[in-house]
Design a binder for this molecule. Structure first.
Ligand code: NDP
Ligand code: A1CAB
Length: 284
C-alpha cells in the first residue's frame, strides 16, 4: 500500500472523463475536480434524472447528457458511478464501445469486482476499482484504489491524478480488501454524521437550545478531526489529555466502554464489509 496527498490541481493530461451516473458520489468527485481547476468542458456526465442533470450543469457548468453514448465515445476515462444493482446492465450496454475505444474504466461501486466489470465490458479492459467518499466534494476525501492487470503505468497515474482531486489516495494490492476499505472510509462519513446527530440530540436532551447544541457538537467534531490529522499524536494520547482523572470525560468514556462501543464499531464495519461481498454475488 502507498498513500499520497492531494496535488494543487488536476493534471491537464487527464483528458476527457465520462461520468456514468451523476448522483451523490459523482457530484462529490466532480465538485472536487472543479474546485481544483479541472477543465469543465472535459467533465462529461450521463445522468437519466433531469433534475440531477440540471443541478450539475447549474452548479459546475459542465456538459450533461441523458444517455451515456455521447460522453463515452469521446472520453479516454470512464467513471462508473451507478449503483451496484444496475452495474451489469450499464456495462453490458457499453461493451461494444469499450472494446472499440479501450478506455481506462474506473468504478466507484461498492462490492462489484474489477473482474465482473471486465467481463461485462467484453474482456481485456483496464479497470481501476476506486472507493472514494463524499468529503471529496471539499477535496477532503480519501480513496482506496485497486488496478487490474490490464492497467498500465500511465493509466495508474491517470487514475491517481483523478482521485487526488478528491483528497488523499491509498493503493490496495489485494482486491479482496476493497470491501474493508468501503466499510471503513467509503461508508465512514455516515458514521461521523451519526455521531454528530447523537451528540446534538443528547445536548438538546440536557436542555441546550438546538442551535447551541448543533454548534457545540459540530465544531467539536471538526476540531477533533483537525487535531487527529494535523498533529502526530495517536488518538489514544489525544483522548488521554482530555480525560482528567475522576472528571467528566472519564465518566462518559467509561459509559461508552461499558456499552461496548469498540465491539459495536467492529461489528458495524464487519457488517458493511460482508454487505460489499453480498452485493458482488447478488448482482453478478
Ligand atoms: N454515496 C456515497 O457516499 C458513495 C457511493 N459509492 C458508490 O457510488 C455509486 C453511486 O452511489 P450514489 O452516488 O450514492 O448513488 P446515486 O443513486 O445518488 O447515483 C447514481 C445515479 O446513477 C443514475 N443511473 C442509473 N442508471 C444509469 C445509467 N444507465 N446511466 C447513467 N446514470 C444512471 C441513477 O439514476 P436513478 O436514480 O434513476 O437510477 C442515479 O441518479 C454506488 O455504486 C456506490 O456504491 C462509493 C463511495 C461512496
Ligand atoms: O452505502 C453504500 O453502499 C455506498 C458505498 C459506500 C458509501 N455508500
Amino acid at each position: 500500500m502507498s498513500a499520497s496527498a492531494a496535488p494543487a490541481s488536476p493534471s491537464s493530461a487527464l483528458g476527457s472523463i465520462a461520468f456514468i451516473g451523476g448522483g451523490n458520489m459523482a457530484r462529490s468527485l466532480i465538485g472536487g475536480l472543479v474546485a481544483r481547476g479541472a477543465d469543465r468542458a472535459s467533465l462529461l456526465v450521463a445522468e437519466p434524472v433531469p433534475e440531477l442533470r440540471a443541478a450539475l450543469a447549474r452548479d459546475f457548468q459542465i456538459p450533461t447528457f441523458e444517455h451515456s453514448a455521447q460522453p463515452v465515445a469521446s472520453a479516454g476515462t470512464w467513471v462508473l458511478a451507478v449503483k451496484p444493482q444496475v452495474m451489469r446492465e450499464v456495462c453490458q450496454a457499453l461493451a461494444s464501445v469499450a472494446q472499440a475505444t479501450r478506455p481506462l474504466v474506473m468504478s466507484v461501486a461498492a462490492g462489484i469486482t474489477a473482474a465482473q466489470i471486465d467481463r461485462w465490458l467484453g474482456g481485456n479492459v483496464a479497470v481501476v476499482r476506486a472507493m472514494p467518499n463524499t468529503p471529496a466534494l471539499l477535496g477532503a476525501g480519501v480513496t482506496g484504489l485497486y488496478a487490474n492487470a490490464q492497467v498500465d503505468d500511465g493509466q495508474r497515474a491517470r487514475a491517481l491524478a483523478l482521485m487526488q482531486s478528491a483528497g488523499a489516495s491509498v493503493w490496495i494490492e489485494h482486491e479482496s480488501l476493497m470491501d474493508a476499505v468501503t466499510a471503513v472510509s467509503g461508508s465512514g462519513p455516515a458514521y461521523v454524521f451519526l455521531l454528530a446527530e447523537a451528540m446534538q440530540a443528547a445536548g438538546e436532551a440536557q436542555g441546550l437550545p438546538a442551535a447551541a447544541a448543533r454548534e457545540l457538537a459540530l465544531q467539536t467534531i471538526l476540531g477533533a478531526a483537525r487535531m487527529l490529522t494535523e498533529g502526530d499524536e495517536a488518538p489514544a494520547e489525544l483522548r488521554r489529555r482530555v480525560t482528567s482523572p475522576g472528571g467528566t470525560t472519564q465518566a462518559a468514556i467509561e459509559t461508552f466502554e461499558a456499552g461496548g462501543l469498540r465491539e459495536l464499531v467492529a461489528s458495524a464495519i464487519d457488517a458493511a464489509t460482508r454487505r460489499g461481498r453480498e452485493l458482488s454475488a447478488a448482482h453478478d
